[in-house]
Write a protein that binds this ligand. Structure first.
Ligand code: FE2
Ligand code: FE2
Length: 219
C-alpha cells in the first residue's frame, strides 16, 4: 500500500524520533547494547588485584565509560543537526563503532565489582547539546570537533594505561585497542574535511573533560 506523501513525512519524522530515543537510552542504560566484537583480550583470565588496585582501575574505567557515553552523545548530537547527509551518515557510523567501546568498559567495570558513573544521563545530555551546536555551525567545525575530541580521548587512554597495575594486562589490552580506534576516528574526521579548532576552544574542551574525569573517577 502506498501512503500519501504527507503521511510518509509524518511517519519518517516519528521513526527518526524513536530511533533517537532508542539510541539515547542505549547510551545511558548499562547492558542495553549487544556488542558485535568480543573483548579485545588475549587471555580470559581475570587478573588478581588488591582492593586498592581494584578501586583505582574501576575509577579509571568509570572515566573511560563516561568518555564513551560522551562520544555517543556528541555523535548523536552532531548527526541530529549536521546540514550535510554525508556528515550525518559519518557521525552515525562513528557512534556505532563506539558502542563496542562502551560495552567493553561496562564489562570490565562488572568484573571489578563496580558500576558506571551515576551521572551518566547528565554526561550524555551535555555532550548531545555540544554535538548539536557543533553540527549546526559547519561541517568543517563539526569534524574538527570530532578530531580534537578523539585526540584528547587518546591522550587520557595512554595516561590510564601507564597507571594500571603491572598484572592487569586485561584492562591494558582493552584500552590499547580503544586507543588505536580513537586515533583512526580522528584521522577519518580530518580526512573528511575537519579543520583545527581555535586554541581557546581546545583549552575549554580540556578544562571540561578534566572536571568530568574528576567526578566520574569517584561516582
Ligand atoms: Fe571510543
Ligand atoms: Fe572514537
Amino acid at each position: 500500500m502506498t501512503l500519501p506523501t504527507s503521511n510518509q513525512r509524518a511517519l519518517n519524522k516519528m521513526d527518526r524520533m524513536l530511533v533517537g530515543l532508542d539510541q539515547a537510552l542505549r547510551a545511558v542504560v548499562p547492558h542495553s547494547n549487544p556488542t558485535t566484537r568480543p573483548l579485545p583480550v588475549s587471555d580470559d583470565t581475570i587478573p588478581e588485584l588488591s582492593i586498592t588496585e581494584s578501586r583505582h582501575v574501576a575509577g579509571l574505567m568509570r572515566i573511560n565509560h563516561t568518555g564513551e557515553v560522551c562520544a555517543q552523545g556528541l555523535y548523536h548530537g552532531q548527526a541530529f543537526s549536521a546540514k550535510d547527509d554525508g556528515v550525518k551518515a559519518a557521525m552515525q557510523h562513528s557512534a556505532e563503532e563506539e558502542v563496542d567501546h562502551l560495552v567493553w568498559c561496562e564489562t570490565r567495570l562488572d568484573e571489578l565489582g563496580s558500576h558506571p558513573s551515576v551521572f551518566t544521563p547528565v554526561w550524555y545530555g551535555l555532550s548531545f547539546g555540544l554535538g548539536a551546536v557543533a553540527g549546526a555551525i559547519s561541517n568543517e567545525f563539526s569534524l574538527g570537533f570530532v578530531a580534537e575530541t578523539e585526540a584528547q580521548v587518546s591522550e587520557h587512554l595512554q595516561d590510564h594505561i601507564e597507571q594500571l597495575p603491572p598484572q592487569d594486562q586485561r584492562t591494558r589490552e582493552i584500552l590499547a585497542q580503544m586507543d588505536i580506534e580513537e586515533l583512526h576516528h580522528r584521522e577519518t574526521a580530518l580526512d573528511s574535511g575537519g579543520r583545527a579548532l581555535p586554541l581557546p576552544i581546545k583549552y575549554g574542551m580540556r578544562w571540561m573533560a578534566n572536571r568530568m574525569k574528576a567526578v566520574a573517577y569517584h561516582i
